[in-house]
Design a protein around this ligand. Structure first.
Ligand code: SAH
Ligand code: SF4
Ligand code: F3S
Length: 447
């Protein structure tokens, strides 16, 4: 590789955590002198940052990997890295399946990429999947956007939802300190970022693993405390957060969101099922009645708040009537957005071993019926924007129409309008909404 430019490529699968990890790994690689290559075929170091939440996510990784493993037989200098959740789940087994791999690293190792690669370049084949303390991020992430940024607040998850692989692959909860989080946000504000999304698999768990107590003597420093602590960072105009867990979601948090002007009125609170028996089998720790109460409380403080969620259909043993309870909840609440999935049995999770699994036919039929309802409801929810003046933070050009720019409303709806991205990027503007679709809006800039 002497003298030649060293090019890297990262393909990211899965959730926002993986996207944030990829941005940090990219920052480390650029620090090491690598240059970004959009095309993996032109890269001599490739990272697949993988997801295993459902079987189809995992299988996708193997097909990508197969192609690059073949290429390595012609180009022995190619370095192949599998990072993220499949790496953590499979560990050594991945090397047996794809011996061409140089490095298999779990998500907790993202910030340690340089050390791991040093070992690879010294001639080793490396597997890093031991649970470790996540290093405080001292690198400069290479962020995809110049306007919006992710900031991790808590890693891992201590819940044990019976369908979910995340606790196995992301490890136990590790909260960053409030000072580290605020520090990162202050730098982002100085760099011109306008919007921050605070990230955690179960963000309501923030703080419960932090040592010591707060000044007020409360023994626990909570996510709500964190919001009060970071909400006034100069330059940052909007703050979002995800993901919320109905089991721990508090009225105090809702009040904080209503009170603090920079916190956007958008809540992502997965309910997973509208049936209490299924919620119990999932070990979610709440009832559908409690979920409805949370949404009602949010709407009593912020009538226009956007609500989004995740739901699973076809969980083991789910009857037609139990599925209809999910439809009923979706119909009653009227989500702005809903991520839906058919249940997929995952290795190392309790529900995968139960003998009451449903057929693929039933699962895909229920998924279709739910998706149909979701689209109808989202289109209805969009109607409320028609003719309204919305605050939009401009992020980018509309990839489908260069004469337009795009951004998001406070409620997280995509909005398009005519404008020049060079003048508008990062600007908070007012847009008169003229056209609404289920998941996006169009309008005119109001000078
Ligand atoms: N921490 C978040 C969710 C993380 S995983 C929470 O507690 O809600 C993202 C979503 O994937 C989940 O909300 C769930 O809807 C879906 N999911 C997780 N495991 C799944 C499985 N085995 N089959 C189908 N969907 C699953
Ligand atoms: Fe998975 Fe449940 Fe943790 Fe969410 S809260 S990541 S669904 S175990
Ligand atoms: Fe997937 Fe791992 Fe996220 S399994 S959803 S990338 S935490």
């Amino acid at each position: 590789m002497n003298g030649l430019p060293r090019r890297y490529h990262i393909t990211t699968f899965g959730c926002q955590m993986n996207k944030a990890d990829s941005e940090r790994m990219a920052g480390i690689l650029e620090d090491m002198g690598f240059e970004w290559s959009e095309n993996p075929q032109n890269a001599n170091l490739i990272v697949y940052n993988t997801c295993t939440i459902r079987d189809n996510a995992e299988q996708k990784v193997y097909s990508y990997l197969g192609r690059q493993a073949k290429r390595k037989h012609q180009e022995p200098d190619l370095t192949l890295v599998v990072a993220g959740c499949v790496a953590q789940q499979e560990g050594q087994a991945l090397l047996r399946r794809v011996p061409e791999l140089d490095l298999v690293m779990g998500p907790q190792y993202a910030n340690r990429l340089k050390d791991l690669l040093d070992s690879v370049f010294a001639g080793n084949q490396v597997v890093a999947t031991e649970e470790v303390h996540i290093l405080e991020d001292i690198t400069q992430p290479r962020r995809d956007s110049r306007v919006t940024a992710w900031v991790n607040v808590i890693y891992g998850c201590n819940e044990r939802c019976t369908y979910c692989v995340v606790p196995n692959v992301r490890g136990v909860e590790q909260s960053r300190t409030p000072e580290a989080i605020r520090g990162e946000m202050e730098i982002l504000g100085q760099q011109g970022y306008r919007e921050i999304t605070l990230l955690g698999q179960n963000i309501d768990a923030y703080g419960r693993d932090l040592p010591g107590s707060t000044a007020e003597g409360r023994h626990l420093y909570t996510f709500t405390d964190l919001l009060y602590y970071v909400h006034d960072v100069p330059g940052i105009e909007r703050i979002r957060f995800a993901t919320s867990h109905p089991r721990y979601f508090t009225e105090r948090l809702i009040k904080a969101c209503a009170e603090l002007p920079k916190i956007c009125e958008h809540f992502h609170i997965p309910f997973q099922s509208g049936d209490n028996e299924i919620l119990k089998a999932m070990s979610r720790g709440y009832t559908q009645e409690k979920y409805r109460r949370i949404i009602n409380t949010i709407r009593s403080y912020m009538p226009d708040a956007s609500i989004s969620a995740d739901a699973i259909v076809g969980f083991p043993g789910e009857t037609e009537i139990q599925f209809e309870n999910t439809l009923q909840l979706v119909d009653d609440i009227g989500f702005d957005h809903l991520n839906t999935a058919a249940y997929s049995p995952r290795p190392g999770t309790p529900a995968a071993l139960w003998d009451n699994q449903l057929s693929e036919e039933i699962k895909s039929d229920r998924l279709q019926r739910l998706n149909h309802l979701v689209n109808v409801k989202a289109a209805q929810r969009s109607q409320r924007y028609l003719g309204r003046m919305e605050e939009v933070l401009v992020e980018d050009q509309n990839p489908k129409d260069q004469s337009q720019v795009m951004g998001r409303t406070r409620g997280n709806r995509l909005a398009f309008f005519q404008g020049d991205i060079n003048q508008l990027r990062g600007k908070m503007v007012r847009v008169q909404i003229q056209e609404v679709r289920a998941f996006s809006l169009s309008g005119d800039l109001v000078e």
